[in-house]
Write a protein that binds this ligand. Structure first.
Ligand SMILES: *Cc1c(COP(=O)(O)O)cnc(C)c1O
Length: 377
C-alpha cells in the first residue's frame, strides 16, 4: 500500500471545477496583482482569524519580514524566538538586521516554553534587555503556543508579539484564533500548508489601524502616494490568482480541519490497540483546538531506521526539523553550541511526522501503525 505524506491531488479532484472557473475569469480579465480578489480574501481571512484586518502578501516568509519592518525592528534589535521551527522564523529576523535570541521549547508541545522565556529575560543585562523589541512565538504543527504567559511577559517588558501562525490557521487558544493574539499574525499559503495556494502566498493579520495602513504601504515598496516614498518597503504583493484559489479553499477549511482532527483521533486509537507506548509517544493536545497541520510523534529509539523501514513500505514521513536553528551553520556567529537547548535538540533527533492529510483513509492509517508495530516486533 502507498501512503504519501501528503496527497494534494486528492484535494484538487474535489474542487477542480470551481478553481478552473475562477482562473479562467482571471485570465480573461488580465488583472493579476492585488485588486478585488485580494481584497475579498483579506476580508474573509480577517473574519476567519478573528482579526480586524488582513493584508495579503507574497509568502509566509515575507509575512514575517513585513511584520518586523512594520514594527520598526531593525539593526541592533533583539527578537526572542524558538530554535525549533522552520528556518524562515529566524531567517527573517536576521534579514532585517536584527538578531534572534533563542529560548528552548516545552518538550510536550514543541512550542516555546514561557517559563524558559521568563528566565532568559530575567538573566539579561539591563543593556541587553533594552535591545529586546519583540517576541516571536511559533504555533508549531498547528497547535498554539501557550500565549497567555507569553502576552503577560510582553506587556511587562513592553515588547511586541508577532505570531508565526504559518502552520496554524484556524488553531485556537482559549477561544482565540491563531494570529489574533499578538500585534501581528503571519500566515503562509505554501501549497503543503493546511490552507495552501497554487504557488507562493501569505497574509498578515492585525487589530491595529496604524499597522494595517503601514503594512499596505510597505507591501508596495513603501510607496504612498504612488512613486512617493516615506519609507522603504519591498515587493510583498499577493496576486489575484492565488487569492482567488485560497478564497475557494477557505470555504472547505473547517471541513478539512475536522477530518485532520478525526485522523488524529483514529491514530490515537490505533496506537493504543497496537500497544507501542514503549517506543512511540503521541502528540499532546494541550490547546484546543489543534488543527494538525502535522501529526508528529516522538520515536524513543531508532528513529532513522524506522523512517527508512517505513519508506521501504511505501509510507511517506518527514522530519520537521532535523537541525535546530541554533546549530545551523549560517547562525554560527550567534555563538550557540550543542547542549544549549536540550529539548529542541532531542526533538530534532527523535520526531517524525506521519501522514495526516484530510483525505487519508482508515486503511492507510491502520497500515502505517501496523508497519510501525512490525518494525519494533
Ligand atoms: C512554512 C513556514 C514559514 C514560511 O512560509 P513560506 O510561505 O514558505 O515562505 C514560516 N514559518 C513557519 C513555521 C512555516 O512552517
Amino acid at each position: 500500500m502507498k501512503v504519501p505524506l501528503l496527497d494534494l491531488k486528492e484535494q484538487y479532484k474535489n474542487i477542480k471545477e470551481e478553481i478552473l472557473k475562477v482562473t479562467e475569469e482571471i485570465f480573461d480579465s488580465q488583472y493579476f496583482i492585488l485588486g478585488p480578489r485580494v481584497e475579498a480574501l483579506e476580508k474573509e481571512i480577517a473574519e476567519y482569524c478573528f482579526s480586524k484586518y488582513a493584508v495579503g502578501v507574497s509568502s509566509g516568509s515575507d509575512a514575517l519580514l513585513i511584520a518586523l519592518m512594520a514594527l520598526g525592528i531593525g539593526r541592533e534589535d533583539l527578537v526572542i524566538t524558538t530554535p525549533y521551527t522552520f528556518f524562515a522564523t529566524a531567517g527573517s529576523i536576521t534579514r532585517i538586521g536584527a538578531r534572534p535570541v533563542f529560548v528552548d521549547i516545552d518538550p510536550s508541545t514543541y512550542n516555546i516554553s514561557p517559563e524558559r522565556l521568563e528566565s532568559l529575560i530575567c538573566a539579561l543585562s539591563k543593556k541587553e534587555l533594552k535591545k529586546v523589541k519583540a517576541l516571536l512565538p511559533v504555533h508549531l504543527y498547528g497547535q498554539c503556543a501557550d500565549m497567555e504567559p507569553i502576552l503577560e511577559i510582553a506587556a511587562k517588558y513592553n515588547l511586541f508579539v508577532i505570531e508565526d501562525a504559518a502552520q496554524a490557521i484556524g488553531a485556537e487558544y482559549r477561544g482565540k484564533r491563531a494570529g489574533s493574539m499578538g500585534d501581528i499574525g503571519c500566515f503562509s499559503f505554501f501549497p503543503s500548508k493546511n490552507l495552501g495556494a497554487f504557488g507562493d502566498g501569505g497574509i498578515v493579520t492585525t487589530h491595529s489601524d496604524t499597522l494595517n495602513e503601514k503594512l499596505r504601504i510597505l507591501r508596495v515598496h513603501g510607496s504612498e502616494p504612488k512613486y512617493y516614498h516615506k519609507m522603504i518597503g519591498g515587493n510583498f504583493r499577493l496576486d489575484a490568482l492565488q487569492a482567488a484559489i485560497v478564497s475557494i479553499k477557505l470555504k472547505y477549511l473547517d471541513h478539512w480541519t475536522q477530518a485532520r482532527r478525526e485522523n488524529a483521533r483514529k491514530y490515537r486509537e490505533l496506537f493504543d490497540d497496537a500497544d507501542l507506548k514503549n517506543w512511540v509517544e503521541l502528540p499532546h493536545e494541550k490547546q484546543n483546538r489543534h488543527i494538525y497541520n502535522q501529526f508528529v510523534i516522538n520515536i524513543k529509539e531508532k528513529r532513522d531506521e524506522l523512517r527508512l523501514f517505513l519508506s521501504e513500505s511505501g509510507i511517506g514521513t518527514e522530519i520537521y526539523y532535523p537541525v535546530p536553528l541554533h546549530l545551523q551553520e549560517c547562525f554560527a556567529d550567534l555563538n550557540y553550541k550543542k547542549g544549549d537547548f536540550p529539548a529542541a535538540e532531542y526533538a530534532a533527533s527523535h520526531t517524525i511526522a506521519l501522514p495526516i492529510y484530510p483525505e487519508l483513509s482508515y486503511e492507510q492509517q491502520a497500515y502505517v501503525v501496523d508497519r510501525i508495530k512490525a518494525f519494533y516486533a
